[in-house]
Write a protein that binds this ligand. Structure first.
Ligand code: AHM
Ligand code: MG
Length: 351
């Protein structure tokens, strides 16, 4: 009698996936441990997010009437602070890291002296889409892994300032109707769904592929009047639909949680953009290069998509600061190339 548990019909847990990647020589034990630890922390965050009002975790951090602010000048939510603490605590003792950096902390975070250190640097946005926490819309955690420079065992801020091409791993967890972990170690982009009863992430899509072309775009249209000319021209032509130069009707979606918008694009295509606008131009953009744009760009490129600032491949941007911000266009390859073309044509006319 054949077993129902033959290798072909057993589900592949995150642990098994990582062990098999290690056997294939694509990751080492330290990176495997790091990913497992991050995934475990994300399960804890998922539980806190899922409890909502019952967990007493909604609302602003700080005291009533005086929310605490992060380095970005943004009011912190209780769940931002809690998620940050969960990730810090989970990653401090494993011996796989030389340092951590977070969107919610002013400077990089050292590994406590009592613990051994490793060769990796972990960066994260502990809870992305904070404006959606209190209204029960999907939020997520985004993370990126770099190697510490040779000989560095206690990383300083400048040790993190490496372009996105140097990432060895990136991923996000989306806390939506189901909790999913989407991961790349540079060998494709793969999606795992949390089996809540068992408590483990199970591989549900191996090798996500973003269609090259799309009829769907994601942008915060309320910023339109603040955009620069190439973005104005690009979106004007999208909105003109069948009757315009693009010759097809486009649909629009904007969740305002980057994880949710990018997850939709990884699943069914589309273009996500947070361009430069007059409100964020002085800071270089709205989204953060190290915690948001780089990990998402790595995931998107590994799924056959493209990611650009509008003028440069995002993964090749040299960071100048931990909290550096950039304009972002990512998703279906042909559509990102079209948006980039509008920028190049505008720049050529100005030259
Ligand atoms: P956060 O990390 O503070 O949550 O900010 C990032 C979020 C992204 O998830 C989302 O794409 C964007 O900010 C939404 O911005 P806006 O509210 O301007 O539409
Ligand atoms: Mg964010």
């Amino acid at each position: 009698m054949s077993s129902v548990l033959s290798p072909s019909n057993t589900s592949i847990s995150l642990t098994r996936y990582l062990i098999e990647e290690q056997r294939a020589g694509r990751i080492n034990p330290d990176l495997r441990l790091l990913i497992e630890v991050v995934a475990r922390a994300c399960k804890t965050i998922s539980i806190a997010v899922g409890k909502g009002a019952l967990g007493g975790v909604l609302g602003d951090a700080g005291t009533p009437g005086a929310a605490s602010m992060n380095i970005q000048g943004e009011a912190q939510k209780k769940l931002d602070v809690l998620s940050n603490e969960i990730l810090l605590e989970a990653n401090a003792w494993g011996g796989h890291l030389a340092g951590l950096a977070s969107e919610e902390m002013d400077t990089s975070h050292p590994i406590p002296d009592v613990y051994p250190r490793g060769n990796y640097l972990l960066l994260f946005d502990p809870l992305d889409g904070s404006s959606n926490i209190d209204v029960n819309i999907s939020v997520g955690t985004i993370f990126s892994v770099l190697r510490a420079p040779e000989g560095v065992t206690q990383a300083q801020d400048q040790d993190f300032l490496q372009p996105g091409t140097e990432q060895v791993c990136a991923g996000y967890t989306t806390y939506g109707p189901s909790t999913m972990l989407v991961l790349t170690i540079g060998n494709g982009t793969h999606a795992f769904t949390l089996d809540r009863e068992v408590g483990s992430f199970v591989l549900t899509t191996r090798g996500m592929q973003i269609p090259d072309d799309t009829k769907e775009f994601a942008v915060n249209m309320s910023n339109q009047r603040h955009w620069q000319p190439p973005m104005q021209a690009y979106v004007t032509d999208l909105l003109a639909g069948k009757e315009g130069p693009r010759g097809k009707d486009f649909n629009m979606r904007w969740v305002a949680s980057m994880v949710a918008d990018v997850h939709r694009i990884l699943t069914r295509g589309g273009i996500f953009s947070y361009p430069l606008d007059a409100k964020c131009a002085a800071q270089g953009g709205k989204l953060r290069l190290m915690y948001e744009a780089n990990p998402m760009s790595f995931l998107v490129e590994q799924a056959g998509g493209a990611a650009s600032t509008g003028r440069q491949r995002l993964l090749e941007v040299q960071p100048t600061g931990l909290h550096m911000r950039v304009p972002v266009f990512l998703g279906s390859k042909a559509e990102v190339e079209t948006a980039v073309r509008y920028h190049h044509e505008f720049d050529a006319e100005q030259a």
